[in-house]
Design a binder for this molecule. Structure first.
Ligand code: G3P
Length: 219
C-alpha cells in the first residue's frame, strides 16, 4: 500500500518527502483554501515535489467539468483529475479518461459507486472511510468490499482509502487490501510513534553515553 498525504500544505509535503515514505498527495478545495494559496500555483508547486497529485474539479455540469479537467491536467504531468461520483462527474471523467487523463473518482461511499467509477476507466477510486464512520457506518468494510469486488471482476482501478482520521484506519486499510492510503500529516506522524521505540532509544543512548565516559584505569 502506497502512502499519500491528504494536504495542500507545502511544508508538510516537503517534510514527508524528506522522510522517504511519500508517493503522492490528494488535495481538495477545503485543503487548498486552508493552505491560503491560489489553486494553480499550489498544485504546480506540489507537483514539483512528488508524483501523483490529485486536484479536484469545482464545477458541476459535464461540459464544464471536461473543460476544467483538461485545464487541471495541463498544469503538470503529475496531476490526477478528481471528479465527484455523480452522473455529470462520471460522464466528464469518461471523456477525460478517453483522452489519457488520469481520473480519481472522489466522494465514494458504496461498492456500487466504485463499480461505476471502474466503468468509466477511472485510475483511482476514493472511498471516504471517516465520513462513513461519522454516520455510524463501517468505512473500512466499504474499502474491503470494493477491493473484493474489483478482484473478482479483474478491475484495475486503484483503491485509495481516504478520509482517514487515525492510525488504526491506516492499518485497517492495508489489511482490507487498499492500494493507497491518504492521510493528514498528523496521522502520518502518529504512525511513526510507539512509546517502546522512544524508551528503547533513550536506553540505548544512555548506555552509549556510559561507554564514552572515562573508564577507571585497570591494574
Ligand atoms: O481525502 C478526503 C479527505 O480530505 C476528507 O477527509 O476528514 O474531511 O472526511 P475528512
Amino acid at each position: 500500500m502506497r502512502l499519500f498525504l491528504d494536504t495542500a500544505d507545502y511544508d508538510e509535503i516537503e517534510t514527508a518527502v524528506g522522510w522517504g515514505v511519500l508517493s503522492g498527495v490528494t488535495t481538495n478545495p477545503t485543503l487548498i483554501a486552508r493552505a491560503g494559496q491560489d489553486h494553480e500555483t499550489q498544485v504546480k508547486r506540489i507537483c514539483e515535489l512528488v508524483g501523483d497529485v490529485s486536484a479536484e474539479t469545482v464545477t458541476e455540469r459535464k461540459d464544464e467539468l471536461v473543460v476544467e479537467g483538461r485545464r487541471l491536467a495541463s498544469w503538470h504531468k503529475n496531476v490526477i483529475v478528481k471528479v465527484a461520483s455523480t452522473p455529470d462527474g462520471l460522464a466528464a471523467g469518461k471523456v477525460l479518461a478517453g483522452e489519457g487523463i488520469r481520473i480519481n473518482v472522489t466522494l465514494c461511499f458504496t461498492v456500487n459507486q466504485a463499480l461505476l467509477a471502474a466503468e468509466i476507466g477511472a485510475y483511482i477510486i476514493s472511498p471516504f472511510v471517516g465520513r462513513l464512520d461519522d454516520i455510524g457506518e463501517d468505512g473500512i468494510a466499504v474499502v474491503r468490499g470494493i477491493v473484493d469486488a474489483y478482484r473478482q471482476q479483474s478491475i484495475r482501478t486503484k483503491v485509495l482509502a481516504a478520509s482517514l482520521r487515525h492510525p488504526m484506519h491506516v492499518t485497517q486499510s492495508a489489511l482490507a487490501g487498499a492500494d493507497i492510503a491518504t492521510m493528514p500529516f498528523k496521522v502520518l506522524e502518529q504512525i511513526y510513534k510507539h512509546p517502546l521505540t522512544d524508551i528503547g532509544i533513550e536506553r540505548f543512548m544512555a548506555d552509549y553515553r556510559k561507554t564514552q565516559e572515562p573508564q577507571p584505569a585497570r591494574r
